[in-house]
Design a protein around this ligand. Structure first.
Ligand SMILES: Nc1ncnc2c1ncn2[C@@H]1O[C@H](COP(=O)(O)OP(=O)(O)OP(=O)(O)O)[C@@H](O)[C@H]1O
Ligand SMILES: [Mg+2]
Length: 378
């Protein structure tokens, strides 16, 4: 039977396992406590039995002496039976016999007590073993319980994490597809259509020039030139959106500067850019990462925060790079995860890849500051 695995399924299984193990631990504790009190009871019983054995031996020895004396007396009386009356002889005989019977009983009781003592000693040894094993088991169970409550719970987090990463991977594929669709539509609606128009107009120019109407030719050529210029602008814009060539050609700082200027102009809002430290080229992985981090933070601020001011501060030092993207917008709770939101997660992944740290400081109504700190050596 196929098991449907929901988010909470593993939590539920672990909780059940913890319950079972906790119950087993209680049971083992009860067994161990029972064995311990039985042990204590047997120790007392053994002590009493040993005392009784000693008492019986002493009583037996004393009685044996008395029996011996009585038998000597009986022998004497029998030897000189003329001196004693028949009732005297019978009395001594009966007394000796009674003492002998009592001695036999005492010796029998002593044997029973010795057997009981040996049995008690054997049971005590076996109980001590049970107590030891129960304690060993209880400590092993404690280890299992810790493992279940602590380490195993982390497995769940790891699974959640892996699931998020998988979703992130899927989101990247979807985003790629969406991006391709967008580019093809932009080229189709923009430059491709304009080129078709230019072709059409060129044919018109050809026809007019055959008729020798120079003014019309010049006018048509002017409009073709405008169309070519617009197409060029469109093509450049599409390329810039894909990946600003300036990033490879001029480096991080001029590209951010240009991006911020264009974005501020497009959204009609104020975006400040401050650069601290030496403005210089950085290894490509840092330039790409910082540009994309700035781009996503800026887009988030514009898309979600409704700010009146955004500030981007980039600091380039010889041993670290930092960037702050601060908006005065509505803020949010960074702990709350949103379905189908992958921008922040992508940012974290990028920062992790360059071994840096990302912090989001945001309060509802108080704006948001994204800070990125990356160790770096030039
Ligand atoms: N600067 C900000 N101000 C206010 N809310 C923000 C800000 N940045 C992020 N958020 C909130 O955090 C959520 C997650 O952001 P994230 O960038 O991960 O996803 P998204 O922008 O919604 O989608 P996308 O996957 O396209 O980036 C946003 O939906 C928004 O609610
Ligand atoms: Mg986003």
């Amino acid at each position: 039977m196929a098991i449907k695995f929901s988010d909470k399924a593993l939590d539920h299984v672990i909780d059940e396992m913890i319950d079972v193990v906790e119950n087993s631990k209680d049971e083992i504790f009860n067994i161990s406590e029972g064995a311990r009190s039985e042990y204590e009871r047997l120790v007392i019983e053994l002590k009493e039995t040993k005392e009784k054995v000693i008492q019986h031996i002493e009583n037996g020895d004393q009685l044996e002496k008395k029996v011996k004396l009585s038998r000597q007396r009986l022998a004497e009386v029998s030897k000189y039976f003329k001196k004693y009356s028949e009732s005297d002889i019978r009395e001594i005989y009966e007394k000796t016999h009674a003492m002998q019977t009592k001695l036999a009983m005492l010796r029998h009781e002593e044997k029973v007590l010795r057997d009981k003592r040996d049995d008690l000693e054997r049971r005590l040894i076996s109980l001590a073993g049970t107590i030891d094993r129960a304690e060993g088991l209880a400590s092993k169970i404690s280890v299992i319980l810790n493992y279940l409550q602590d380490d195993f719970k982390r497995v769940n987090e790891m699974i959640e994490d892996a699931k998020e990463k998988q979703e992130f991977g899927l989101k990247i594929i979807e985003a790629q597809e969406e991006e391709r669709r967008k580019i093809s539509r932009e080229i189709h609606d923009g430059p491709a259509q304009m080129l078709a128009n230019i072709l059409l107009r060129s044919e018109i120019v050809e026809k007019i020039s055959r008729n020798g109407d120079l003014d019309k030719v010049i006018n048509e050529l002017k409009s073709v030139k405008t169309m070519i210029r617009t197409s060029l602008y469109e093509v450049r814009r599409i390329i810039y959106d894909l990946r600003p060539m300036a990033l490879d050609d001029l480096g991080l700082v001029p590209t951010i500067r240009k991006y911020i200027a264009t974005t501020a102009d497009y959204h009609k809002m104020e975006i400040k850019f401050i650069i601290i430290g030496k403005e210089k080229r950085l290894p490509q992985k840092y330039e790409i990462a910082f540009f994309r981090l700035m781009q996503e933070s800026l887009q988030n601020a514009i898309k979600h925060a409704r700010p009146t001011l955004i500030q981007v501060k980039l600091e380039i030092q010889s041993n670290y790079l930092t960037m702050l993207i601060k908006d005065n917008g509505q803020g949010f709770d960074p702990e709350t995860k949103k379905d189908n939101s992958f921008g922040l997660m992508g940012m974290r992944e990028r920062v992790e890849m360059i071994e840096g740290k990302l912090m989001i400081d945001s309060k509802i109504g108080k704006g948001t500051t994204v800070s990125i700190h990356v160790p770096y050596s030039c």
